[in-house]
Design a binder for this molecule. Sequence first.
Ligand code: MLT
Length: 243
Amino acid sequence: MKKNLDVCLTPALFHLYDPAGSIVVVIDVLRATSSICVAFQHGVKSIVPVSTLEESLAYREKGFLAGAERKGEMVEGFDLGNSPFSYMEPKVRDRNIALTTTNGTRAIQVAKPADQIVIGSFLNLEALCQWLPTQNKNVILLCSGWKNAFNLEDTLLAGAITEQLMDQYQFTDHRDSALAAAHLYQLAKDDLYGFLEKSSHRKRLERLQIDDDIVYCLTPNQTDVIPVMVGDTIYNLNVLQSM
Ligand code: MLT
C-alpha cells in the first residue's frame, strides 16, 4: 500500500499532523541539521538536543561538549556553535555533545510524538531518499523555519526529498504543502544559493560572514550518515546497525 508523504512547513503547524506511526524528518538546512549530519560523519558518538543554554552547560558537567547557537553565533563560553566546519574538528571525535540552537533543536523536541525521528539535510539527501522507502511508514518532513515562521531553505530540501520519493517510490501526498515544496525546488534546484539570495536567513547570516557555511549546507550528498533519535539522544544509524 502507498505510504503518505507530508510536508509540515513550520513547527507551529505540527499539531495538524499525525506523527504516531510516522517517521519525522527534521530539517534545519541553515544550519543545525546540516551540522548534526557533519558531526556524525566526523565520528561524534551522540548528540542530545536541548532547549536551553543552561541544559547544554549542565551536560558539560557529565563530560559532554556543550554546543550553543543564538542569533546565528556561538554563545560565549561554549565549546561549539552551529557551523558545520566546527563539527569536522578532531576534538569532536568519539565525544557526546549537548546542543541547543534557535530553531533546529526546538523542532526536534516538537517532533517527539513521532514513531521515529531522523535528521535531514542536503548533505545526506540521497542516503535519506534511499532509506525512507525501506521503512514502510508514513513520512512527515518537518521544516524548522525561523521562530515558527516559514523559511525557504528548509522548504527547498523538503521539496527535493518529495520529488525523489514521489518519482521513484510508492508514496502519495495529500497536502498542497508537499506540492508547493516540490514546485519551489524545481524553480531553485539549478542554483540553490542564488535562489536564496534574498531569503531572510541568508541575510541574517550575512553579517556574520559565513558564506562558506551556507554554500556547504546547500551541497547535496556529502555523507551517507542518517542521524536517528533514540530516546532523548541522536545517534548515527549506520553505527547502531553495525553493533
Ligand atoms: C537554528 O537552529 O536556528 C539555526 O541552525 C540557526 C543557525 O544558522 O545557526
